[in-house]
Design a protein. Structure first.
Length: 260
């Protein structure tokens, strides 16, 4: 009868397992090395690594799919019409005669002809931080106001005609000044009337007591008041004209309200 070597004395059990390990070792040694290596590789790859890699790649695949969806959405947004894109920009003070902002951005070639034609260097290029507006002509009234030249050389120089003026019409309004009372020296009890004294349009800035007040109906938006304001924080902000007309056909009158 075969004796159960796993239930004998400790010495018998030790001898049994040592003999077993020797037999297994001889069998492994006798097997071809390539088969053994390939078998272990197949086992590790098929049973261990593939499931682990699957779990690791699932989040990456989801992230890639999400990125592709995001790119598709951005591409769709970029393909929208110019007018829709312009609706997300912010208002700036344009030179006299500028047409409606969508038409202006669509037609302006960033050629700088109007900038070079301005005798007072009041027109500058919008900086890169303004993104879609970058390179287009703007007026920074605090740095240099528009003096509203009667012959409007900037309009004459504009070849794409995004700066326009109807024949015999006055210089088009470009905006309206507003006084911030909390920053205004006169409104805070100090003596100051610089904006009232320097305003080139009679009655556009009136004094209510010692305090200056802008009359919107008369203000042209030239920005001279903002340029001369001596307050520590400039009390005059320029609000660009937002009701500029669309780009008209040749011969169609521009800015009828200004010519009335």
């Amino acid at each position: 009868m075969h004796k159960d070597q796993t239930t004998g004395t400790p010495d018998e059990r030790t001898g049994f397992f040592q003999s077993l390990f020797r037999r297994v070792g001889r069998a492994v040694s006798a097997a071809p090395v390539e088969d053994d290596v390939s078998g272990r590789r197949a086992f590790i790859t098929g049973k261990l690594l593939m499931p682990m890699l699957g779990k690791l790649t699932e989040p990456l695949e989801r992230a890639q799919a999400a990125a592709e969806r995001t790119m598709a959405v951005e591409a769709h947004r970029a393909s929208r019409t110019t007018a829709q894109g312009i609706a997300r920009t912010f208002p700036v003070l344009r030179p006299p005669g500028a047409v409606a902002e969508p038409d202006f951005l669509a037609g302006c070639t960033r050629c700088s002809d109007c900038i070079e034609a301005c005798p007072y260097q009041a027109i500058t290029k919008a900086p890169e931080r303004m993104r879609a507006l970058a390179g287009t002509p703007i007026i920074d009234a605090a740095a240099q106001p528009c003096l509203m030249c009667p012959d409007t050389p900037c309009i004459t120089a504009c070849k794409p005609a995004v700066l326009r003026r109807a024949p015999d019409a006055p210089v088009p309004v470009i905006g309206t000044a507003r006084i911030q009372q909390l920053d205004c020296l006169a409104h805070q009890g100090s003596t100051c009337s610089s904006c009232h004294e320097r305003c080139p349009v009679p009655g556009a800035i009136s004094l209510v007591g010692p305090r200056p007040t802008v009359v919107p109906e008369l203000c042209t938006g030239c920005g001279l008041c903002a340029h001369v304001c001596p307050a520590p924080r400039n009390a005059v902000i320029m609000v660009p004209r937002i009701d500029r007309p669309s780009r008209p056909m040749d011969g169609v009158s521009l800015y009828p309200a200004d010519g009335a």
